[in-house]
Design a protein around this ligand. Structure first.
Ligand code: G3I
Length: 363
């Protein structure tokens, strides 16, 4: 009996040892999935534009939308597009009275042809002020007239094709809420913002006009300055219709409570709200060299959370959510921060990341 027990127990010991070694093997399994199943991607059963009660858009570039891989995905998933850089002043405004329309026309024509809303970005932004401004010899009055002519030339050209415009982008300093001392501020004075909105409205009274910025999500002083500017423009009857939160956020920052506080503050203005450049940094601490399943799950939850928050807006204030790009490997964040990054909904092979599922489930 004893022997049998010993055999049994020794056989049992062997089984326990085998089980333990299997447990150790799987407990130490590498982050990356073992075998063909990759839980960082999935097969969608619905589309963003099909599920969303508001436009969901993406940033685009003219050199990509003429490729079927991009065009097909954009038409399938998105109902709005924003030019990532080709409708900015440094691309269009070649000199006084001189314009280059090739790439901006290509993007607008793509939207019109595919019945996709086109959001114009951005009429004035200090970072896309043309280099020739540095050698411009006209006085301030001449510069202001040139800006008026530029804005009204662009807006008139796309009247009836571009539904909305970021009229001014990023006019306030970080951390203080002071006006940035941009060339526009220097030459046109602090009321340049009101002038730009007025000029754009005169050119296309039907276009929705936005002020766009980053930092309102978490910078109290900048957000306060933005709200005060909006309320001032409204009080003066200056046509402003919306605010764009750029929403360049991290998977773990700002907190949902911080974002809720920020959204409440801008919601209170009554303006339409655009999450205008959404991407979710997954490697802000540069602690990853490859995108892990755990981090992919965190991203899925973050996108779900952001969409759920956006849907708390009244329907009439929901202008939409725009992703700042399609594929991870094309994100501006890679060059800007220099870290490996996976901020968007599609991987470098156009595969659907579970972040897409999170966004769809939040809609
Ligand atoms: O595509 C051309 C390429 O053909 C050329 O060889 C190369 C060198 O000249 O330039 C390439 O274009 C660059 C483009 O990004 C595409 O990579 C432009 O020079 C470069 O200026 C452009 O940068 C854009 C940046 O705004 C400035 O316009 C980024 O794509 C874009 O993501 C970024 O977006 C901004 C928003 O407009 C405002 N909020 C912040 C956000 C990030 O900076």
């Amino acid at each position: 009996m004893e022997k049998i027990q010993q055999r049994q127990s020794s056989g049992g010991a062997v089984r326990v040892a085998a089980l333990l070694s299997l447990m150790v093997l799987f407990a130490c399994k590498p982050e990356a999935p073992v075998g063909p199943e990759d839980k960082k991607i999935y097969t969608p059963v619905s589309t963003l534009r099909g599920e969303a009660p508001f436009p969901v858009g993406t940033a685009v570039q003219s050199g990509r939308i003429d490729q079927s891989s991009y065009a097909n995905l954009i038409n399938k998933e998105f109902s709005s597009i924003t030019a990532e850089y080709e409708m900015k002043q440094d691309v269009i405004h070649m000199g006084p009275g001189s314009y280059e329309w090739g790439s901006s026309d290509a993007i607008v024509d793509f939207g019109v042809k595919n019945s996709i809303r086109v959001h114009g970005h951005a009429l004035l932004w200090h970072s896309s002020a043309p280099a020739w401004f540095d050698t411009y010899s006209g006085d301030n009055a001449a510069f202001e007239q040139m800006m008026k002519t530029y804005i009204q030339t662009v807006v008139t050209r796309y009247k009836g094709k571009v539904a909305s415009w970021d009229v001014v982008n990023e006019a306030f300093e970080d951390g203080s809420g002071a006006y940035r001392n941009t060339i526009y501020y220097q030459k046109m004075g602090p009321d340049y913002i009101a002038k730009c909105f007025q000029w754009a409205h005169e050119a296309d009274p039907d276009a929705l006009l936005f002020y766009n910025d980053y930092g309102a999500e978490y910078d109290n002083s900048k957000r306060k300055a933005i709200v005060e500017m909006i309320e001032d423009l409204k009080a003066r009857g200056i046509p402003i219709h919306g605010f764009g939160f750029q929403m360049h956020i991290n998977y773990n920052w700002p907190s949902l409570s911080e974002l809720t506080k920020a959204l409440d503050a801008l919601k209170a203005t009554g303006l339409k709200i655009h999450f205008s450049e959404l991407d979710v940094r997954m490697n802000p601490a540069n602690d990853l060299t490859s995108f892990t399943e755990a981090r992919a799950l965190a991203q899925e939850e973050r996108y779900r959370e952001i969409v759920t928050l956006y849907k708390t807006l009244p329907a009439e204030q929901q202008f939409g959510i725009t992703l700042w790009g399609i594929k991870d490997n094309e994100s501006w964040l890679l060059n800007f921060w220099g870290n490996p990054e996976w901020p968007l909904l599609f991987d470098s092979d156009f595969r659907y990341k579970i972040a897409h599922r999170g966004m769809v489930e939040g809609l």
